[in-house]
Structures are given as structure tokens and as C-alpha cells.
Write a protein that binds this ligand. Sequence first.
Ligand SMILES: Cc1cc2nc3c(=O)[nH]c(=O)nc-3n(C[C@H](O)[C@H](O)[C@H](O)COP(=O)(O)OP(=O)(O)OC[C@H]3O[C@@H](n4cnc5c(N)ncnc54)[C@H](O)[C@@H]3O)c2cc1C
Ligand SMILES: Cc1cc2nc3c(=O)[nH]c(=O)nc-3n(C[C@H](O)[C@H](O)[C@H](O)COP(=O)(O)O)c2cc1C
Length: 582
Amino acid sequence: MSMSPIPKTAPFAEEEIDLLNRVVGTASPVQRAWLAGFLAGLDASGAALVPAHPAGPARPAEPLTIVYASESGNSEKLAGDLAKAARKNGLKPTLIDMADLELSALTAAKRLVVIAATWGEGEPPARATRAYNELIGEGAPRLDGVEFGVLALGDTAYAEFCAIGKKIDERLAALGGKRVADRVDCDLDYAEPAARWIGDAVKALAPPNAGRVIEVDFGAKPAAAPSTDIFEAEITEHVDLNSSRSDKETIHLALSFEGGAPAYEPGDSLDLYPENDPAYVDELLKIAGLEGDEKLRTEFTKSRDVTTLSLKTVETYASSTGHQYVKALLDQGQAREWIAGRQLIDLIATFPIALDADKLRALTRPLAPRAYSIASSRREVGDEAHLLISAVRYESQGRARKGVASNYVAEGLKRGGHVRVKLKPNKHFALPATDKDVIMVGPGTGVAPFRAFVQERRATEARGRSWLFFGDRTFTHDFLYQLDWQDALKDGSLTRMDVAFSRDTPEKVYVQHKLWERRADLIQWLEGGAYFYVCGDAKAMAKDVRAALVRAYADVKGLSPEAAEQAVVTLEREKRYLQDTY
Ligand SMILES: Cc1cc2nc3c(=O)[nH]c(=O)nc-3n(C[C@H](O)[C@H](O)[C@H](O)COP(=O)(O)OP(=O)(O)OC[C@H]3O[C@@H](n4cnc5c(N)ncnc54)[C@H](O)[C@@H]3O)c2cc1C
Ligand SMILES: Cc1cc2nc3c(=O)[nH]c(=O)nc-3n(C[C@H](O)[C@H](O)[C@H](O)COP(=O)(O)O)c2cc1C
């Protein structure tokens, strides 16, 4: 029997190949199977190979399929944490992005965990849509006896809280799956509940006599705890890119990092840690009768979400205060409707009752950071990062409202000030090889990552062509980064640009109309291998753009609506249709 299973051509140094052969060559089939599973799981979880890693049982591990439906990476990260914990408990995890899921992988699974986020208004993450629809659809296969558990990620601020996790959980049971771990629905501060759920689920799914089970101490440092690499950046530019006559305010923010910018790539975002508007906090405390509590004022300004009003908030208010009218609102099923367009301050103003600091604090959750696409390339701006932030302002229920983070930036910060940020990488929205063509659709602040793309393509002297579709309200007052695009068109880092200004003409023109106008060239670019990127508004724009592309395929290539839809699905499967929408 040959004792050298690792060939000389393996990507290791000669002495490493000898070493590997000394171990693997004499290993039993069971030991080899264990090693193969161990290494596959390690890779899948992104963990580093630590020599001192405790050894698992010397027999083949039991398989565990982990599917994640993720848009901004939280569920994906948790899936990696779960894989790590599973491996330590005698399981052999396989990680699958729902974007790549074939349902046959579920029927073949013995044990299954799904970690799913909810997006839009109760929708699946964009790239998980196809597989999700197949799973929910009538053609889904039976999953009799598959042991499963679902972890749902969401945000209680949305009416359809964790809707996708809930639906997947119900669906897996309806298809015959055996729920062995009860679903947990996580809010934005998901780290601890998710880590606890992972610990419990792994225990429930682990084979009964897994041999050596290593306890994971989630209490000390949750596996899912957000990394602490928050950077304090100095604001070196704070400029409103709209003209003074625009009804919008969009801030270009240049941040500079002492000791080096975080290692971001075009397509990544920064999480920005805001503070609340002091005037709002003052008013809230006054209405609650707690205006004298300075400690609470500081805490509310800096670290609590004091604006969001969710069903959970109303329920907590009813139970902690016993307010009869609030109870009635819940009992009569009217609370959901009442919440729409209202904030915490409206609840307390409309249904006043004696409150103490603890009761008021219990109505709030930790203040979450907001994501902003990075609008620069490190290759061009060095140790800076640029953001493009639109101030959210509107009126509802007779009150002027301000978005927390965007107004913290627009009104609360200025040049020379500081802000805390954390890198939020997005490998699903990255530039392709430099010889590939790219089509970028980014109206409003959706254009931000494309400024990074264009800078990067300039710095890398990319040969591929770049085509930008931009839109906003008016040419004169709202043409964000107009000079940058003009320069880029001149130096060739941008090949082509189409603009749609919706309020310049009697009939509103949006980017999707420009795509339709340019459909012949557009399809030609895509047929030639171009990548298609969409960034910005998820509610209407992203859907309209996709629909326009389907119609463009049908028209230009003479396809039926079904075949045209299939052409776009193919682009999505090939990861040439990429979205970062919000
Ligand atoms: C990956 C990603 C990238 C992003 N990139 C950018 C970017 O580059 N630039 C950018 O400006 N933003 C970007 N955003 C959006 C950004 O994260 C924030 O959501 C946005 O700035 C609003 O935050 P805020 O704290 O100001 O508002 P919040 O205090 O969070 O308030 C927003 C909430 O107010 C309510 N609301 C808003 N408008 C209305 C209205 N007209 N009527 C009734 N209710 C309303 C809604 O409930 C909404 O959820 C991105 C988001 C994601 C997820
Ligand atoms: C634009 C947007 C829409 C969202 N819509 C919902 C929703 O309808 N229901 C919900 O529970 N959570 C919603 N969320 C919250 C996300 O589910 C939550 O941020 C989650 O942690 C994201 O996980 P992911 O990074 O794996 O995509 C939304 C978040 C954003 C930014």
C-alpha cells in the first residue's frame, strides 16, 4: 500500500508534503474521514487553524446543513459561528448561502439549521428570493424527518418583524421536518440571544453520544458578539451637495483615520454610531415628567433608541403601567395601525401616566448604528473614507420628524469634529476583474458606492467599460458629485453616463426609464459579460429597475415574459446582477 497519498504537486513546500504524508499516509479511513470533515468545516466557518485546537472524536462526524439568508452579513456571520460550535460538538457542518441553495440539498439533509433575516417590508434578502420562493412554493419537496431549527433576524421597528424566519420555520414543519430547536426572533441587538440560541440548537442537534463534547462558554464572550474595532474618525469635509434651493440635504462626509483607515474595499459600508437629537430627548423627558433626571438624559442621548415605536414597546407600556386605553388598543387589535408614522414620544404624549426612569428605559432598546455605503476608494483617497448621507426629514401625525443618524450627521456634526464608525464589509457587492464591463444603477444616495467603483477603476487602470445611471430630483440643485462624474468621463474611468431628473420635466423620468431607452446597448453589454449593480431605494426603485431589465430582455431579444424573467434569474445566479438596497 502506498504511504504517500499527498502528491508532490500539492500546494505545499516539499518538507510540508513529507510531514503530511507521515500523518495522512498511516491514518485509518476513519481518521481520514474525520480530518476531511474537520478541515471542510474549518474553512466553511472562516476560522483560523490553531494548532492547540482540541481534538474531536476519532470517528466520522454527523452532517449538519446550515443555510443562511442574509443581505448585510449578520446571518452569514452567525452561520459561521454556528458551524464553529457545531464542529466542536461532533457535527460536520456544510454552509450554504440561500442564494445558491438547491432544494435537493434540504431533502438530503439529516439536520438543518436556517438563519434568516427579513428585509424590505417583510421580504427575504434580495439574493435569497429565488430559493425562498421555491421553498414556500407548491413544488417544494417533502422533508420528512429532517431535524431542524430556525433563527430569525429582524428589527422590531418593522411591522413584519422577522416575517421570513417565521415563514421558513412554519414551512419546514409543514413539509414534514421535525423541529428540535424552537425559533428565536432577534431584534437589532441580536448578539446575545443569537449566541444563546446557537449554543442550545447545537446541543439539540448533536448526535446523542457525540463522544467528546466541548462546552462553549457563550456567557463570557458570545460567539456572535460584534467585534470591537470601532474607529474614531475626524471629519475633514462636511459639505451639503444639494444647492441651497433644493428641498433635500445630502452631506458629503470625508473621514480621516489616525493610524490608517479600516481596510475597506469598494462596495463595503461603514456602520456609523449616532447620538439622539438633544431637543427630542428633552421633550421626551418633559412629557414623561422626568426632565430633572440628568443621568437618564445622557444615557438617552448617547445610547438608547428613544424614537422607535414597536408593538413590543406598546405591549411593555401596557403591562408596566396598566394603562387602560393602551390595553384596549392592543385587545382590539388596533395597535399595529396606530403605531404607523408614530414614535415613542407619541405613545407617552397620547397616553400619559406616572413613569419612573426604569419604566421609561424599559421602553427603549440599545441605539443601533446605521450603515452608509463608502463613496471612496482607498487607492485614491489613502487613509480617508467618504460617505454620502441624505438627511431624513418628514412630517407625520402633525409632528416634524428627523431621522436619528442622518440628522446627527447633517445638524450635529461639523468639520473638525469626530464620529465613531465600524467597517461593514460586503463581499457580495464587489467589483469584478478589471477587464469586465460594469453597469451601475444608483439614483440618490445609491450612487455612493459607484463613486468608490469609479475611483477604484481609475486607480487600477481597468480596461473594462463602466456605465452609470444616476437620477435625482433636479439637474440644477440635486446633481450629486456632478464634477466627479465629469472628470471621470474625461479620463475614461467612466465610459458612459445616463441621468434622469424626475422634477425637470412635466412627466417624471426615473432611472428605470433611462434603462428602457438604452435597452439595445444595455442588453448588448450584458450579453458581452457585463456586471449589473443596483444601489439605493429598496421599496420602489430596485423592483422597478429589475422589472425594466426583464422587459428590456423581452423586447431586445424577442423573448416571452417567462424567458426574459429567466434571463435575469440567470444573471442573478451567475452573480452578475448585484444589489445593495435599503
Ligand atoms: C447597506 C446600507 C447602506 C446604506 N447606505 C446609505 C447611504 O450611502 N446614504 C444614505 O443616506 N443612507 C444609506 N443607508 C440608509 C441609512 O442606513 C439609514 O437608514 C438612513 O440614513 C436613515 O437613518 P436615520 O437614523 O437618519 O433615520 P431613522 O431614525 O432610522 O428613521 C428612519 C425611519 O423613519 C421612518 N420614515 C422615514 N421617512 C418617512 C416618511 N416619509 N414617512 C413616514 N415615516 C418615515 C421610517 O420608519 C424609517 O425606517 C444605507 C442603509 C443600508 C442598510
Ligand atoms: C432596508 C431594511 C429593511 C428591513 N426590513 C425588515 C422587516 O421588514 N422586518 C424585520 O424584522 N427586519 C427588517 N430589517 C432588519 C434586518 O432584518 C436586520 O438588520 C438583520 O439583522 C439583517 O440581517 P442580515 O445582515 O443577515 O441581512 C430591515 C433592515 C433594513 C436595512
